[in-house]
Design a protein around this ligand. Sequence first.
Ligand code: AHR
Length: 792
Amino acid sequence: MYLALIAASLLSQPALAPEGPVLAIKNSETGIPVDKRLWGIFFEEINCAGDGGIYAELVRNGSFEDSNNPDSWKFSDGISKKEIVPTGISGFNSKCLQVQFDSESAYIENGGYWGMAVRKGENYRLTFRSLNSHPDALLKFQLMSTKGGVIGQTVVRPKTSTDWAETSVSIKGTGNDPKAVLRVSGKPGQTYTLDNISLFPKTWKNRPNGLRPDLFQMLDGLKTAFVRFPGGCWVEGDTMATSMRWKQTIGKVADRRTLPNLWGYKSTNGLGFHEYLQMCEDLGAEPLFVINCGMSHREVVPMDKMGEYVQDAMDAIEYANGPTDTKWGAMRAQSGHPNPFGLRLMEIGNENGGPRYHERYALFAKAIKDKYPEIQLVACVWGGYPNSKYVDLVDEHYYNNPSFFFQNANRYDTYDRKGPKVYVGEYAVTQGCGNGNLIGALSEAAFMTGMERNSDVVVMSSYAPLFANVNHKGWNPDLIYFDSSRVIGTPSYYVQKLFSANRYDRNYPVKLSQAEFDKPTFAPGGIAMGTWKTQSEFKDIKVVSDSKVLFESEDGSKLKKEKGTWTVKDGALVQSSDAEGARAYIEGENWTKYTLTCKAKKNSGDEGFLISIGYRNPQNWIWWNIGGWGNTKTALEGNQGVGPIVSDRGFEDSVETGKWYDIKVEFAPDSIKCYLNGKLTNESKPSAVPTLFASAGIDEKTGEMIVRIVNNSTKAQNVKIELSNPQAYEGKAIVLTSALSTDENSLDEPNKVSPYSRKVRIDPKNPTAACPALSLTVLRLKPVAGQLGGTR
Ligand code: AHR
């Protein structure tokens, strides 16, 4: 009902009051071009995005490589042997299962990734390898529904070979169950040595070892320009031994390396380098391959051992693009793709930085550019980026709350135009957004209008992460959620889609004049005393609001402890560990306005004190960082998960060891003031955030003008469109909105926040766009012939 009302009012509102918002669009000017690669996707093996996700394999741990136990397999009574034994094969396929069934009713069972979706009439390809099977051995494979019935089965005689032999058969689904399991039973008394048990449903384009069609289609809907893969942190790995190395992910799936994934599961690499490239091709998207740069989360490869890693990068390019008479090009052809994949983009490392990264980047860049000058190289921005002539693009990452994204919609307006082009390789609202809600999505949309308007600087971007199996969410939120049979897009998915499926080629310069601004306020919250790799002590802690004492603890003993080693000694609360982010705190759910006073002394360590106000929980707080950044600077920073983010410029100063400091902070919804030894040193006020954000441009192929307007206000707004070349337009408005800013989609309510569209007409005499409350509106408008140069 609400949506219908909004739809009816779109672009049909009465003339605006003069003080209403105006969007001036210079549609007579040829603005800056928009890079065709601006809107892309970021695929990481996180949240079971690949295994248990788009990679269609239904059996989990069918290779028995996950551990020394048959993980993910269940055994009925009447099984006298169930052992993981060596395969006798050198390489990564080192384990298999030996099983002996004692009775006709004994079985082993695999439930896949939280159930296997079985559909009536669909064919499932079952493959397994066996060794030394008895001449009259028989194996029965059954698809069992959760209700216990058989919904597909086949009986197979495994090959009797004394070497590993593969058998492949088809099973037809005879019933429906999204959570079916695969049951395997054999002749009583016989020992079966089994490996690589695999079950594939119908895949996208029927590709062998392919992708789940419903998930693929969600990606296809994004009309994405490029796919960055395979991560993310997955590229780095926790250790070098567990980092993703592409050569271990090609060729026969059975021979690929199963690897512990730092996001909490085992990855089969069934979706490997070749399949990623194939996926890009099927999506009509460019591949952007991210390669480990010799740095994991915990280790760095010494420079004299880097040769192998640089060679990996060179060989990856040869695999993707090389002629079929090269070593790696031939392997690509053997895997079914003689034509080159056309890899042109490569990122060296993920979220790596500092001098050790810069040294390693130089190695990769020189080798790659010498041989493949056409490859564009992306460098990580992680506290700076390498100072190298071989940096084509720099990859910036932003995870924050909605306020950050609204406040940063103009970020690129003032960026250095002489620096390298920017790839915003990961960004998403990750705080104050539920499982991915409307306001989070709208703030991303506002930020995206900023990227688009500044497309001379920002040439590529990708929201992150892409997928999450709802049964294994290692990150929140994500763009697309799914289980074994269902898939939904979050509101952020629809924002991405509204941008990428409605691209334009050139920007028209736009200017928004608006009267309305949201005035965010700091949220209420408690206080905390903290340290970062520093040993300090605190005393005389008092919180007063309008002469009412909210909290008082002379020796700090009344504070709760979070991280660190805290003891009370000589009338003060002493933190003696080397922890990062040690904190002693007290909640203050209703503490909106107060003054905190305390005394603090540093005893040893790297920095000074972290004094929190507006403390909400261990993740969401504001702190006054006194002697931060290695005891060089004092600044206010933080993020309460809601409301404005806090960051002031700070000032250069350091904390003296052994000296007591007088600390006072005045905290109010609209201001924070910090006094060190009685002197006001730091302050912050929430800045007003505009309620409207816009970009516009022309789709040169169709001649359409495309206008995007984000309205983050809870009130509908009529935006007057002022065209430099007044013109009648007709077309459609596609609108994403919902009743509440907190509205989300879920598997049970997949379309609560999803776009609708309607026809619109822009009358040159009164060109107005009515933007519903809390909405993203995309107008696709064609000039109406014969109505050029009308009046405004
Ligand atoms: O997108 C999730 C993670 O966020 C990525 O793995 C990493 O690059 C970033 O920190």
